[in-house]
Design a protein around this ligand. Structure first.
Ligand SMILES: NC(=O)c1ccc[n+]([C@@H]2O[C@H](COP(=O)([O-])OP(=O)(O)OC[C@H]3O[C@@H](n4cnc5c(N)ncnc54)[C@H](O)[C@@H]3O)[C@@H](O)[C@H]2O)c1
Length: 220
């Protein structure tokens, strides 16, 4: 399959290890995916390394510490680690400024950094909440600074965050995942990755924008 190795042995990087990214990283590591979490906040990665979890979610500290203890999960501030993985998940913050404008600074920086390490054959999965159209207009040109072409050299899909604090881990292991791909091959690779990585049903949307609309309609 394009943009995903056939082997069961899949590796992933999660960029942005706050509440959302750490839940996803822990759940994937639990299912046997080799995960490296990348966050620019050195204090956060040091806390994880020292087995401290600042996020309040039932079961999350145990899940993360178990992954860290077994070596299935590693955390770092070093983007160079991304070059070695099959799948890259972007889960940095996209807060809303006063006046309802989305603050894209973290997403821009993450994509710029990622473009320096992206390699042919990788699948990029966007998790950060954005308004419809923003992944195509902002993220794709930034990633293509790598010299690689989206849909040709690397795959891309958006899958919206739909978890509720307090029950996130249970939902992550049971809720269907909504996915919208840049192209048919990206969508197929994203679907196969989530089926393998989390073992839940997948709801395919017709495009990235359709998946972005699902997030907008869900309103949270
Ligand atoms: N937290 C929720 O319950 C929730 C719910 C729905 C949607 N979301 C969406 O999920 C996404 C992530 O939310 P969150 O609450 O986990 O994030 P957050 O805003 O709390 O934290 C973002 C993390 O990304 C890191 N980061 C920032 N820039 C980075 C960069 N360039 N490279 C690597 N790491 C970087 C920060 O250090 C921080 O740890 C956001 O788009 C948010 O809107 C979150």
């Amino acid at each position: 399959m394009r943009f995903l190795p056939e082997s069961e042995d899949v590796s992933a990087a999660v960029i942005g290890l706050a509440y959302v990214g750490s839940c996803v990283a822990g759940a994937l590591a639990e299912r046997g995916v080799r995960v490296v979490g990348v966050d620019t906040d050195a204090r956060l990665t040091r806390e994880f390394a020292e087995r401290h979890c600042r996020f309040s979610e039932p079961g999350l500290p145990e899940l993360l510490f178990s992954g860290l203890d077994s070596g299935a999960l590693r955390v770092t501030t070093d983007y160079a680690e991304i070059a070695g993985v099959d799948v890259v998940i972007v889960a940095v913050g996209t807060p809303i400024r006063e006046g309802g404008v989305l603050e894209d600074t973290q997403l821009r920086a993450a994509c710029e950094n990622l473009s320096g390490h992206l390699r042919e054959g990788q699948l990029v999965l966007l998790k950060s909440t954005v308004p419809p159209g923003m992944n195509r207009e902002l993220v794709v040109p930034l990633l293509e600074r790598s010299g690689l072409t989206c849909g040709v050299d690397f795959g891309l899909a958006f899958y919206p965050e739909r978890l509720s604090e307090g029950t996130a881990l249970r939902e992550l292991r049971s809720f269907p995942i909504v996915v919208g791909g840049w192209c048919v091959d990206s969508a197929a690779a994203a679907e196969a990755f989530w089926r393998r990585g989390v073992g839940v049903d997948i709801i395919q949307c017709s495009s990235m924008e359709a998946a972005e609309m699902v997030k907008l309609a869900a309103g949270r």
